[in-house]
Design a protein around this ligand. Structure first.
Ligand code: PGA
Length: 261
């Protein structure tokens, strides 16, 4: 097994807020994955929070590569995803469970019993959201959480207007989010209008957070998240109130930042 600092990264659970700017999207994804690798090396039974979407595809590819190279072992790791669409069964091709199976779970030695997502087809959604919060609590909480960011500043499916202390719950997706996600579906009419999402309060309880954003189309959302007012109209801005967030960006996503390191 390779030592943690062979990734060129320190364990993100042992650092403070910082901004890492990479040349391009692939480099950013690899760097974010290296942070997770360093953390899993430090704590082989790490509880990680995971995200879906277009951005993290190369992030998962890097984790799979590290596993295939016998550098990373997921045997004792537990995973908790941020969200799931309402109405899509686990085996629906566009469900987030399917995304995770394709990008990560089926390629590494994660125990399926250690991979958690809310169910989008639960008959009692209130019970389901409570159950999911309880599963996170029973595991002892999430230690390292991956986040993407929406063009409207959402984190997970916490759309503008979400409260800082919001918990896992049923939410309506905004028109902008539905349009952004239509690219994964045959038609925009197929995009679910609702989802179960971890709340902002739930997310902020993670010990450390890595926000991964790539591409110039995210530059405005990233700038508002890092340098904007902390406000419900901009959910990602609540990350400014967390002690340990690493923002991993490519040049495009970082292009509007005044504060660059
Ligand atoms: P994306 O989604 O990676 O597909 O851009 C990110 C998000 O909405 O959080």
């Amino acid at each position: 097994m390779t030592a943690p600092n062979d990734y060129g990264e320190s364990n993100p659970l042992e650092t403070n807020q910082k901004i890492l700017i990479c040349d391009d999207a692939v480099a950013a994804c690899q760097r974010a994955a290296n942070l997770f690798a360093a953390a899993i090396h430090g704590w082989p039974d790490l509880k990680i929070g995971l995200a879906t979407g277009g951005t993290p595809v190369k992030f998962y590819a890097r984790l799979v590569q590290l596993y295939q190279e016998d550098i990373l072992n997921f045997e004792a790791v537990k995973t908790f995803n941020l969200d799931e669409y309402i109405g899509l069964a686990a085996d629906h091709p566009q469900s987030y469970r399917s995304f995770m199976n394709e990008q990560l779970f089926s390629h590494v030695n994660l125990d399926p019993a250690n991979t958690f997502l809310p169910s989008g087809i639960a008959s009692d959604i209130d019970a389901e959201v409570q159950r999911y919060e309880q599963q996170i609590a029973d595991a002892g909480g999430i230690e390292l959480q991956l986040l993407g960011i929406g063009h409207n500043g959402h984190i997970a499916f916490n759309e503008p207007g979400s409260a800082r202390d919001s918990r896992t719950r049923l939410v309506d997706l905004t028109e902008r989010t539905i349009q952004s996600n239509a690219r994964f579906f045959d038609s925009i009419d197929d995009v679910p209008r609702q989802a179960i999402t971890m709340g902002i309060g739930t997310i902020l309880e993670a010990k450390a957070i890595v926000l991964l954003a790539t591409g110039g189309d995210k530059a405005d959302a990233v700038k508002r998240a890092i340098e904007g007012e902390v406000d419900e109209s901009n959910p990602a801005s609540f990350l400014q109130t967390h002690a340990n967030v690493t923002y991993v960006l490519d040049n495009g996503a970082a292009s509007l930042l005044e504060r660059r390191e």
